[in-house]
Design a protein around this ligand. Structure first.
Ligand code: COA
Length: 314
């Protein structure tokens, strides 16, 4: 039997500084009412100038290793999903490998914006299933607020910083672990959400990204369940990318999903890009929302345009 990749521990970290909608009201022409009604976001955590993506990734990684009750010697690969690396090179993955003082194991970054964690988790699962690596640290970490134009009210209210991590291990158990993934890209829509390499800020066509997000979330949830031979009713919990409550509500309505089956914490973190799903997963798991035997779908969408989902049996 082929081994499956199983999550054996997780952790997350957000910088301590909180930026509320009331704070934003003093910075740009906006209101708490507008931000809440258009996005559902109340506050977000933001880095100071000295804190790097690798700092957040390291803090989350150490907590995940602790929760998994293993030390870094146990790992044979590190994958970091990020689109806000601290330098073009070295990668955040290599900075993390050095800081965690593991053996000379391979480590690399995966660039798929807000879908990055799902791409990294699917990559980890493929390595485990092929037998090449058995114990993999998968991190989603981003500091998008460093790339936001704080005078652009259309984008600056949406984003936050953070990191989430999981340790994935080979399991020959009772069919639990990552059952299937579904990944996609619509490169033709890349122009709608752009962060140029030099001297720029995030620019976004909000309406186009919104339409894409609704269709990508619906497609990835439907298709990943199909790949795992599951029906929508078999899904116990959906953990969608935490970008905007209206995107989530649209998809819930289209799929006929009850609110209790969807985990939401974007009100407290905003859109933390590749960190959003692992942060939400941590809170769902630690909050008792995931029980033994549950089937959970993680589904993300973002710049690229990219989208992807994993279905996991616990
Ligand atoms: N406060 C107050 N008014 C604002 C505002 C803010 N923070 N941001 C924009 N507005 C204004 C606009 O200027 C516009 O005013 P106008 O009609 O006088 O020109 C009005 O609100 C409507 O703007 P619009 O862009 O049409 O709003 P919207 O309903 O499309 O909502 C988003 C904007 C960004 C919330 C929405 O498009 C969205 O969530 N898109 C997806 C974004 C996303 O999730 N990106 C990340 C994906 S990973």
């Amino acid at each position: 039997m082929t081994a499956k990749a199983k999550i054996i521990g997780s952790g997350f970290y957000v910088p301590p500084k909180i930026l509320t909608n009331a704070d934003l009201e003093k910075m740009v022409d906006t209101t708490d009412e507008w931000i809440m009604s258009r996005s559902g976001i109340k506050e977000r955590h933001v880095c100071d100038d000295k804190t790097t993506t690798a700092d957040l990734a390291e803090a989350a990684a150490r907590l995940a290793l602790k929760a998994a009750n293993v030390n870094s010697d146990y790992l044979d690969l590190i994958l970091v999903a990020t689109t806000t690396p601290d330098s073009l090179f070295p990668s955040v993955g290599c900075i993390l490998q050095n800081r965690l003082a593991v053996r000379r194991i391979p480590s690399f970054d995966i660039s798929a914006a807000c879908s990055g964690f799902n791409f990294a988790l699917a990559t980890a699962a493929a390595f485990v299933e092929s037998g090449q690596y058995s114990n993999i640290l998968v991190v989603g970490a981003d500091t998008l607020t460093k790339y936001v134009d704080w005078t652009d009210r259309g984008t600056c209210v949406l984003f936050g910083d953070g990191a989430g991590a999981v340790v994935v291990s080979a399991s020959n158990g009772d069919g639990d672990g990552i059952l299937a993934n579904y990944l996609g890209a619509r490169g033709e829509g890349g122009k709608h959400l752009v962060m140029p390499l030099k001297n720029g800020f995030i620019t976004m066509n909000g309406k186009e990204v919104f339409k894409f997000a609704v269709s990508a979330l619906e497609e990835s949830v439907t298709e990943v369940l199909k790949k795992a031979n599951l029906k929508l009713e078999d899904m116990d919990l959906l953990i969608p990318h935490q970008a905007n409550i209206r995107i989530i509500n649209h998809v819930a309505k289209k799929l006929g999903l009850p609110k209790e089956k969807i985990f939401v914490n974007l009100d407290r973190y905003g859109n933390t890009s590749a960190a959003s799903i692992p942060i939400a997963f941590n809170e769902a798991y630690n909050g008792g929302r995931i029980k033994k035997g549950d089937k959970v779908v993680l589904s993300g969408f973002g710049a690229g345009l990219t989208y992807g989902a994993n279905v996991i049996k616990f």
